[in-house]
Design a protein around this ligand. Sequence first.
Ligand SMILES: Cc1cc2nc3c(=O)[nH]c(=O)nc-3n(C[C@H](O)[C@H](O)[C@H](O)COP(=O)(O)O)c2cc1C
Length: 344
Amino acid sequence: MPDNSLYGLVRPLLFSLDAESAHNLTLPALRRAAALGLTKLIAKPADDPRTVMGIRFANPVGLAAGLDKDGAYIDGLAALGFGFIEIGTVTPRAQPGNPKPRIFRLPAAHAVINRMGFNNGGVDAFVTNVQASRFYQSKQGVLGLNIGKNLDTPIERAADDYLYCLEKVYPYASYVTVNISSPNTKNLRQLQGASELDALLSQLKEAQLRLADQHKRYVPLTLKIAPDIDTEQIKNIADALLRHKIDGVIATNTTISRDAVTGLQHAEETGGLSGAPVFEASNRVVRGLKAELGDALPIIGVGGILSGSNAKAKVQAGAALVQLYSGLIYRGPALVKECADALR
Ligand SMILES: Cc1cc2nc3c(=O)[nH]c(=O)nc-3n(C[C@H](O)[C@H](O)[C@H](O)COP(=O)(O)O)c2cc1C
């Protein structure tokens, strides 16, 4: 069926550009459109409030991390009707990320491969951007701040980077996400291992409690994990989350598997695969976590949501909230309302 939406008209133009140029064109345009009030023309979801981790979300559909790594476009993104916005991943110091090209579309599979490598302007610039946004100033919306480690910090000292970022972003966050699941920072996923995770989470929990006391506000911590883990790893991670009283888990990041896209152009590019091919793998992790965690802590489900029915399946698998990224590239902002409507 032809897509007669505005995004349906714009998409061929964006897809005629390489993926990062399209990204770099869209976000400033969205910011201008929001400043001019044009985003009011986009149909927004009706309120469907949920309280998760003690936070009230206006609706259960959020923006996943990575689209706005520096928090430079918060107000434009907020105008699309999300129930929450997660920005980052940010690292202590600015870093350029990997050489371009580093994002690839696989349209036949409704998929994306990226190896951005945490390109960002560092946590100080990030906090300045957050403070400057009307979204933050109004205190009306839910803002997740996603933190990581610099490429050149040795993996044995990873905790230092997370603790440094946590300290800096804590006062401005509705919740903080600890991202240990990007495939594009060497050895990062090792932090999902039992002893590494134990050490990391115990230090983060201690810092969280100290910061809660200092700022007189408890900010929930979530852990973002990969889809490329087996049942035993899911169980170990769930145990660690419970033991350290972490507040939530985000499942999942991108996959390093290429099983679902073999033979397609760009399928062999290094990086994380997202979009439709990660849907089942992410759902498997969400289901596994739900079986271990029950209602002890909430799961935010992300990976391959390209329709309202995908969002519903994510919730049926055990997610309390969902997030979108690649689906926005293929479906445009109408996907936000479609998912929120499906979950109401
Ligand atoms: C270009 C791109 C960059 C991303 N950058 C980040 C990031 O910086 N931090 C993070 O936690 N996840 C990042 N992600 C992962 C997404 O947040 C999401 O977990 C993943 O893409 C699966 O969801 P999707 O299939 O809806 O895209 C990135 C994804 C893409 C496509």
